[in-house]
Design a protein around this ligand. Sequence first.
Ligand code: GTP
Length: 322
Amino acid sequence: MIKPPLPANECVRLDMLRALKILDTTAEERFDRVTRLAKRLFEVPMSLVSLIDADRQWFKSNIGLKVLETSRDISFCGHAILGDDVFSIRDTELDERFFDNPLVKNGPKIRFYAGCPIKAADGSKVGTLCILDVKPRNFTDEDKSLLKDLTLMVEQEIAAVQLATMDSLTSISNRRGFEALCMHALRFCTRQKKPATLFFFDLTRFKEINDRFGHAEGDRALVSFSELLMLCFRETDVIGRIGGDEFAVLLTSSDKEESELVLARFSESVAKHNESEERGYNITYDVGIVEYNQSLDKNLEEFIDKADKLMYENKRLKKNEL
Ligand SMILES: Nc1nc2c(ncn2[C@@H]2O[C@H](COP(=O)(O)OP(=O)(O)OP(=O)(O)O)[C@@H](O)[C@H]2O)c(=O)[nH]1
C-alpha cells in the first residue's frame, strides 16, 4: 500500500478546510442529494463527500459505507486531491498503491474508485466527491464529465453556505453563522454535561476611530480585533462578528472561572497589539460574560441577549466612572 503524500499547499489547504467549519457537522440533505444522485446515475453501491483532514478522511455525506471516517493513510481520496482531474482506479487489486489496502482486503472490499477533487473558493482541494464499487469497472470520459458536474454542485453548496454565514470583512462567522455553530456547540456541551461560557464584546468609542482616521482604518481595527480573537481563543471555541463593532465568542468546556483567565490573556494580547501598532488610537472593548445554564437558557437569542445586556451594563458603569 502506498500512503497518499501531502499536497504542496497542505497548510493553506487545511486552514481553508477548517475555515469552512464543516468538519464533524451533521449530515445535510443538500449534500446527501448529490451522493444519492451519483449512486443512482453510476449504479454504484457507495458514494461519498469525503473531506481530507490532517490525519483522517471524514465523510460529510455517506451513502453505503458503514464508517464515519477512516485514517488518511488508507484513503483513496487522499490521492485524489493531489491532481486536478478525476482520479480513478479500474481495479484496485491490480494497483500497487491499493491492492493490500485494508479497505480493499477487508470490508467494504473496494474494487473500483473514482473521485473528483472538491475545490474551495481559493482553489484548495478540501476533499472529493467519490463513487466506489465492489467490482472492477471502466470509467469513460463521459462518466468523468458527469462526476465533475456533480462535484460542481457540491462546490456551489459549500460556497453558498460560506457566503451566507461568513463576515466578508473579517472572514469569521457572521451572526447567522455564529448562531448555527453555537447551537451545535451547546447541544454538544449539554450532552457531555460540560460548561460553556459566552463573551459578548463591543468596541469602545469605535465611532471615533472612523471619524478621526477614516472608515478604512475602522475596518482595519475590526480585522485586527477579529485576528486577536482568533489568536487567543481555542480552535474549538466559536467566534463571530455579531454586528458592526460587536463580536462574540462561545467557549466550550470552560466555566466562568477558566473563562476569566482566558479573558485576562486576551486583554494582554490587545494591550501588546496597541503598543506595537502605534496607530494613533487604542483598540479597547467592553465585555459581558455569561455562563450557559441549560435549564434556564432555552433560547439562543435570549442567551446572547443576556451577555449583550451585561456588556452594556459594564459599558455604562465604565462611562459613569469617567
Ligand atoms: N469602519 C467600519 N465601521 C463600522 C462598520 N460597521 C459599523 N461601523 C460603525 O461602528 C460604529 C459603532 O458605534 P457604536 O457601537 O454605536 O458606538 P461606539 O463609538 O463604539 O461607542 P460605545 O459603544 O458607546 O463605546 C458606528 O459608527 C458604525 O457606523 C464597518 O464594517 N466598518
